[in-house]
Design a protein. Structure first.
Length: 188
C-alpha cells in the first residue's frame, strides 16, 4: 500500500528535486564552457606549426594558415615568387570587388579574405571571347575592382587598370591566389 503524503511534504520534495536538478544543470553548463574554452586554446597552442615571414607570424590551425582574421591554404614560403607591381589592400578597402573564377577553391579563398576589406564581394563576368556570362551575373570591365582567376598553361599574376588576372594550371591556382593575397596585404 502507498504511504499517504501531505501536500506540504509533497511540495517540499518537489522543491528539493528542482533545486538538485538546477544545481546539476548549472554544473554541467560550467563544465561544458570550460571544456570548450580549453579545447579552443589547445587548438591554437598545440594545433600546429607556426612560422614567421617578414615579421608576420602565421599559425597552422585546422588545415589552414592564419594571421589575424585572414586565412590561407598556403604560407608565404609555399607560393611562387610572381606578381610584381600589384596594388595593395587600400585599393579594395570600402569598395565593391568582383570575382570571376574557373576554380572554386581559389574563388572561395579570394572571397573569404576580401570580404574582410571590401564593401562586398560579388560574382561577375567579363564579356570577352570564350567567356559566356550566366544570367543574373553582373558584367564588369577593368573599370571595376575585378579579379579574374583562369586556368592557363603559364602561371602569372598581372594587373591591368582595375583588373587582376590570376592565371595558371589548375593545380597551381590556389597557390597563385594566396600569392596575390600576400602581395595585396603587404606580407610579401
Amino acid at each position: 500500500m502507498k504511504r499517504l503524503v501531505s501536500k506540504r511534504e509533497k511540495e517540499k520534495g518537489t522543491k528539493r528535486n528542482q533545486i538538485l536538478m538546477g544545481i546539476i544543470l548549472v554544473f554541467l553548463m560550467i563544465l561544458s564552457v570550460l571544456g570548450f574554452a580549453l579545447q579552443g586554446n589547445s587548438d591554437e597552442e598545440e594545433g600546429g606549426d607556426k612560422i614567421t615571414y617578414n615579421e608576420f607570424e602565421f599559425a597552422y590551425i585546422n588545415g589552414f594558415w592564419r594571421i589575424g582574421s585572414f586565412t590561407f591554404s598556403h604560407n608565404p614560403e609555399q607560393v611562387p615568387e610572381i606578381g610584381f607591381g600589384l596594388r595593395d589592400f587600400t585599393f579594395y578597402q570600402g569598395l565593391p570587388a568582383y570575382v570571376y573564377s574557373e576554380n572554386n577553391e581559389a574563388e572561395t579563398e579570394i572571397k573569404m579574405n576580401l570580404e574582410l576589406i571590401a564593401q562586398r564581394v560579388t560574382d561577375a563576368c567579363m564579356d570577352e571571347k570564350g567567356i559566356e556570362c550566366s544570367e543574373g551575373i553582373a558584367v564588369k570591365t577593368c573599370e571595376d575592382n575585378f579579379i579574374i582567376i583562369k586556368e592557363n598553361n603559364i602561371s602569372s599574376i598581372k594587373q591591368e587598370n582595375k583588373c587582376v588576372y590570376i592565371e595558371g594550371p589548375e593545380e597551381e591556382l590556389l597557390k597563385l591566389t594566396d600569392q596575390f593575397l600576400f602581395k595585396m596585404l603587404g606580407i610579401k
